[in-house]
Design a protein around this ligand. Structure first.
Ligand code: E4P
Length: 230
């Protein structure tokens, strides 16, 4: 299931879904805010239900934002109730490194049968522990890793090696795409999935030399047709 779209934009999701190239969608509060989603929780619910219906049975990740564990648990259960293909996103820890999210991740997967995507991770070791806790998906932010000055491909390779060695079922999602090349290089390094912003998928497809070649085919096709008529 290699390519997810990292967006809340319905038109972009529809476009790539019609092409048959997407296998899931990831969102986060920043993406939905930038996308202009309004109406508080009702707005998030409406947009999430629409996306989930559009891409079913492929998964849609929706992130919990509650400040404490009890409210986060309630929020996660609500999100998961919106559609069968909703995966709940939980950050690996709180803003000051609080660790209670790890318990929540474990509880959601093992006691509530809710699929969890653990997010905002910057290293293989964070992802490994999230996988140990039972997460279905572990999200490494590749672009942010590169921006910190170390290579996301190395983290991905290390992570895939240990997940496979110890038989952990978590799927590696690498997000935070910044360049067209990221998609193929992160998949090659061992990511199960790369979640890409729509403009980068377009960048993967369109090539200037392909344009030139297609123009040549069309022009010669027209000439050929004229010759056959004449
Ligand atoms: C992944 O699931 C996240 O939504 C996303 O890729 C974050 O990327 P950013 O670094 O562009 O915020």
């Amino acid at each position: 299931m290699p390519i997810f779209l990292d967006t809340g934009n319905l038109a972009e999701i529809e476009k790539f879904h019609r092409m048959g190239v997407l296998r899931g969608v990831t969102t986060n509060p920043t993406i939905l805010f930038k996308e202009g989603v309004t109406g508080g929780m009702k707005g998030i619910e409406d947009r999430s239900r629409l996306i989930a219906k559009l891409i079913a049975p492929y998964p849609l990740s929706v992130e919990v934002t509650a400040p404490d564990r009890a409210t986060a648990l309630a929020q996660a259960r609500t999100f998961a109730g919106w559609a069968d293909n909703i995966v709940v996103k939980v950050t690996v820890h709180g803003p000051e490194g609080e660790l209670e999210n790890m318990e929540l991740i474990h509880e959601l997967e093992t006691r509530h049968d809710i699929r969890v995507n653990v997010t905002a991770m910057m290293s293989a070791q964070q992802c490994f522990l999230a996988a140990m806790a039972g997460a279905s998906y572990v999200s490494l932010f590749g672009g942010r890793v590169n921006n910190m000055g170390y290579n996301a491909c190395d983290e991905i390779r290390t992570l895939r090696t240990v997940l496979d060695r110890f038989g952990l079922r978590a799927q590696i999602i690498v997000g935070s795409t910044r360049e067209v090349l990221n998609v193929i290089e992160w998949l090659e390094a061992g990511a199960h999935i790369v979640t890409a912003v729509p403009s980068l998928l377009e960048g993967m497809l369109v090539h200037p030399y392909t344009k030139e070649t297609v123009r040549m085919f069309l022009a010669d096709g027209a000439r050929l047709e004229a010759r056959l008529k004449g």
